[in-house]
Design a protein around this ligand. Structure first.
Ligand code: DCP
Length: 228
């Protein structure tokens, strides 16, 4: 999916003009991968799927699994690695005029780290360290985003889809966790409780696959019109 080279230097002034950048957000199981797959067909779009395979294999360690088995012990390690791998996507140079990213450093902080901090899986010292990295990254790199596509689902639908797709690490994640993550997406993208880096396009992602294609078309129109 991502055949282009990761650029080493994060220094802002060395980065060439960036592409029109869209981030795709939504609960676990909301359909981000299906949405991204639809955009693979367009030559103008560089599609960057979430590096979940890296999270399942960091030098042989499955950090995603460790985080779900023992959140207090592993959440900080896991989220630090998420932050690094997502930053690599934010700073990736591309010859494509449009960059479409699954998730962002913003949802990592506002939804997942926030949930972990509130429930005590990450202590406040660790959150401070992550926030310092976040601030440094914002000052040093161009993390601008032009549009956020929010695949909005009800927590129950997201939970059911996740159980159905059967990713081994996620099988015992309770509905309550999906509710927490949903509410934080709502606080961030609908109720403006955290800083929102771009306008938000909301899609009803509870819709069935057969109907949601129409929503994708609307999205495509907005993305291609806005970038030109
Ligand atoms: N995850 C996390 N912290 C993050 C990002 C993701 O704990 N900052 C976890 C939640 C999931 C897994 O990583 O267990 C992948 O989550 P995503 O929602 O990002 O990706 P999905 O594959 O679930 O997306 P979709 O089903 O919408 O395609």
């Amino acid at each position: 999916m991502n055949s282009e080279r990761l650029i080493g230097s994060p220094i802002k002034h060395l980065i060439k003009p960036r592409p029109y950048t869209v981030i795709v957000e939504g609960n676990i199981g909301s359909g981000k991968t299906t949405f991204l797959n639809y955009f693979q067909q367009f030559d103008d779009v560089n599609v960057l799927a979430e590096p979940v395979n890296k999270w399942r294999n960091c030098n042989g360690y499955n950090l995603l699994e460790k985080m779900y088995i023992d959140p207090k012990k592993w959440s900080f390690t896991f989220q630090s690695y998420v932050q690094l791998t997502i930053l690599q996507h934010h700073t990736l140079m591309t010859r494509h005029p449009i960059k479409l990213m699954e998730r962002s450093i913003y949802s990592a902080r506002n939804c997942f780290v926030e949930q972990m901090a509130r429930t005590g899986s990450i202590d406040c010292c660790s959150v401070s360290v992550m926030d310092e990295w976040f601030k440094w990254a914002q000052e040093s790199c161009d993390l601008s985003v032009d549009l956020i596509v929010y695949l909005r689902t009800s927590p129950k639908v997201a939970h059911e889809r996740t159980l159905k797709r059967n990713r081994r690490e996620e099988q015992s994640v309770p509905l309550e966790y999906f509710r927490d993550i949903h509410n934080l997406h709502e606080d961030w993208l609908i109720h403006n409780k955290f800083n929102c880096p771009a306008p938000v396009l909301v899609i009803d992602a509870d819709l069935d696959q057969s109907v949601i294609q129409k929503e994708y078309l609307k999205c495509k129109a907005q993305i291609f019109t806005s970038k030109s």
